[in-house]
Structures are given as structure tokens and as C-alpha cells.
Design a protein around this ligand. Structure first.
Ligand SMILES: *Cc1c(COP(=O)(O)O)cnc(C)c1O
Length: 386
């Protein structure tokens, strides 16, 4: 987009930023350019996908840079490609990383399976500034955050953390998958690197696996060198699909967030709901903090039903809401995380994090809210009978 004088709203940026011009036909959608070879004598950009120079990749990066207020980025083939490239690109053997113990399972595995054997030191800590500060050593090169966390929806005070480590030479990175740029812009709070699993809300249709790293050029250039050796680039067709999805990001996520607020309020009032976590509820532990650092409270809810409810019957009875392990799609999904996303986490670790067999996590979609409430209520009633 060439209209840089005006500060456009996020809705406008979703639609109009980035994108490729169709010079030949004048079509208003970006052309999909599948070439892997380019005329180097005429064109400066080598365009090679694994070097992250393919036109359709660049189109997405430009859009995401606008949405996340960052200078540069690289589009990769999964959220884990984004996280692993970031960490291996910026942290060397002998250095130390601090990471939240509630981080996404794949991130935790990256540390135990790859960083550890490579001699990168790491400490897992609680999602609190105080806990992080006690772990900082002279070798600490990075703090890797995830906020809000999955599935416990803990929130860390980002501004306070940035202030606390001022003057120390520590890079801060955050997995912003749950919040999306619609609900949280970590770069505006002082975070250096923002990663996303594009598989979730960014693509939003439960049909695409991709990821992105965003930040200042000096960091992205360094990460790009590692990422091109790791080889996790995204093809032109999927890059195009992501660009297309991002046009409706604000529309989708705003509606999903709205639905989550209403669904959380319904669950909070329900007599069979014994606990609920959603930062949009005024009674939530993190409500004030979330209000300060987020634009919206997101579309993830965790809750528990009373022992009177048979969870098998409950899941079986759901008509509209789909029991599924991933999240961020147009359709509302529910997951008993003990048996899905967190099944490989050691049991004692799960208990320590407050994840029990009965914990349910909802990712709200864009359906009509009354239909979602009706579905949940009906399934809860059926889970009680007999
Ligand atoms: C799914 C997810 C990831 C990993 O993304 P993939 O695209 O599956 O590699 C990382 N972080 C969070 C918070 C996630 O939900």
C-alpha cells in the first residue's frame, strides 16, 4: 500500500496492506507466483522460496509487519519453524534462555530435545516477572514468553518485565498466537521478536499450516540465516491462502472475541460450572492486567464442569461445537486438553500447571452466540441425566 501518510485502522490494514500487484491483468487479488527460478540479470531479488524471497511470502510479511508494528519478518511453514528459527538463530551454545513452564508443548520439547543437547541452557519458570528475574544470569540471552498461556490463560505483565530487564543485554521474544495482532501488539510494549503459529487464528479456517517471525531487521536478518539452513519455507499457494485469510483477520477475531466474552459470561453464571478462566471476566485474576496490555481478551476459555456431569456424555451430546484439538478456526471447538494437546506432557507436570483430566478448553468461532450457548447448555443437561 502506497498511502503511508494516513494512519489506517486495523480493518483497513487487514484488507489493503501488503499484497502483490497484478501488473499484467489488473486483477485485484494478488497473483500466485510459483516460480522457483528468477532472471538474476534483470531482477535483484533472487525470489528463492527457501531464502524467504518469494513474492507471495513477501506479500504476507508486509501485511503482518503492518498489523504487528514491526520492521521485518519471515514467513515459514509452521509455528514451530518460527519458534525454532528464532531460538536457534539468536541463541548460541553456552548461552541461557528463560522460558515459561506453561509454554506450548512443542516449544517445551524444542528445549528438551534440541536446545539441551546443543548445549543451550534453559530454565522453565512461572508466568511472573518476579520468577523470571530470579533466573537471570550473565549468560541469559533471551526471555521467551507466551501470553496468554495455553490452556491456563495466565498473563504476564509485559511492560513491567521490559522495565525490569532494562540495561541488560537480553532479547525478548513472545509467542503471540493466542492473542493475535488484533488483541495484542507485543512490539508496541517493547518486545523484540513476535512469533505466531499461523495455523491457528491467522489462517483461521483450520486448513493451513504455517508460521511467522516478526521483529527489527537486525534480528530478522540473523534469524533468516538460520531459518534458511533449517529449510522450513512456505510455498506460494499456501502463502497466498494466508494472505487471503488475513484480509478477514479483524472481522473474524473480533467476532470470535465477542462470542468468547458472551460464552464466558454464560458459563460463569451456570450452576454446573465449578471454575472458569477467561481474562474478559471482571472476576478473573488477570482481568486488570489484560485490560492494560491487550486490545481485546481473546477467544480462548478454560473451564471445569461439576463432578455431577459425565464428560463423555457431555462431549457426545454436543451438536454444533466440535471436539477438536487445534484452535483458532471459524468453527467453535472444544478440547479436553488432558487427552489431546497435553497428552504427552508428564503427568506431574500437568498437575503442577493446574491441568487436570476434567479441564475443558474452548476456542470460539464466528457462529451465532445463541446457538453456541444453546449447544453447551443442552450438552450439560444431557451429561447430568442418568
Ligand atoms: C499451535 C501452536 C504452536 C505451534 O504451531 P504449529 O503451526 O503447529 O507448528 C505454537 N504456539 C502456540 C501457542 C500454539 O497454539
Amino acid at each position: 500500500m502506497d498511502k503511508n501518510q494516513r494512519k489506517f485502522g486495523i480493518d483497513t490494514l487487514c484488507v489493503h496492506s501488503g499484497g502483490l500487484k497484478d501488473q499484467t491483468w489488473g486483477g485485484i487479488a494478488s497473483p500466485i507466483i510459483n516460480s522457483t527460478a528468477y532472471r538474476y540479470r534483470e531482477i535483484k531479488n533472487r525470489g528463492y522460496p527457501r531464502y524467504f524471497e518469494a513474492p507471495n511470502q513477501i506479500a504476507v510479511v508486509e501485511k503482518m509487519c503492518k498489523l504487528e508494528h514491526t520492521e521485518d519478518g519471515i514467513l515459514v511453514s509452521s509455528g514451530m519453524a518460527a519458534i525454532s528459527s528464532t531460538i536457534l538463530g539468536l541463541v548460541k551454545t553456552g548461552q541461557h534462555i528463560i522460558i515459561q513452564e506453561e509454554a506450548y508443548g512443542g516449544t517445551t520439547e524444542l528445549f528438551t530435545n534440541i536446545c539441551g543437547p546443543l548445549g543451550i541452557k534453559y530454565s522453565f519458570v512461572k508466568a511472573s516477572v518476579e520468577a523470571i528475574m530470579t533466573k537471570i544470569t550473565d549468560q541469559t540471552a533471551m526471555i521467551f514468553l507466551e501470553c496468554p498461556t495455553n490452556p491456563t490463560l495466565s498473563i504476564i505483565d509485559i511492560v513491567k518485565l521490559i522495565k525490569s530487564i532494562k540495561g541488560k543485554n537480553i532479547i525478548t521474544a513472545i509467542d503471540n498466537t493466542f492473542a493475535t495482532p488484533i488483541n495484542q501488539n507485543p512490539a508496541l510494549l517493547g518486545i523484540d521478536i513476535v512469533t505466531h503459529s499461523g495455523t491457528k487464528f491467522l489462517s483461521g479456517h483450520s486448513d493451513l499450516c504455517c508460521g511467522i517471525v516478526l521483529g527489527a531487521k537486525k534480528y530478522i536478518n540473523q534469524i533468516r540465516i538460520t531459518a534458511r539452513s533449517l529449510g522450513g519455507s512456505l510455498n506460494a499457494n499456501d502463502s497466498y491462502l494466508l494472505e487471503r485469510s488475513l484480509k478477514t483477520l479483524n472481522l473474524r477475531v473480533s467476532k470470535q472475541t465477542d462470542n468468547a466474552q458472551k460464552l464466558a459470561e454464560f458459563l460463569y453464571e451456570h450452576s454446573e460450572v465449578t471454575s472458569i478462566k477467561y481474562p474478559g471476566l471482571e472476576t478473573d485474576k488477570y482481568h486488570k492486567l489484560a485490560k492494560n496490555q491487550m486490545h481485546g481478551f481473546g477467544s480462548m476459555i478454560s473451564f471445569e464442569l461439576s463432578e455431577e456431569c459425565d464428560l463423555e456424555k457431555f462431549m457426545e451430546a454436543l451438536d454444533l461445537i466440535i471436539p477438536a484439538s487445534s484452535l483458532g478456526g471459524l468453527e467453535t471447538t472444544i478440547s479436553q486438553v488432558w487427552y489431546s494437546s497435553h497428552q504427552f506432557m508428564p503427568v506431574d507436570q500437568r498437575i503442577k500447571l493446574g491441568i487436570n483430566e476434567r479441564l475443558l478448553r474452548i476456542s470460539t468461532g464466528i457462529e451465532y452466540i445463541d446457538d453456541l450457548i444453546h449447544d453447551l447448555n443442552m450438552a450439560i443437561q444431557k451429561s447430568l441425566s442418568g
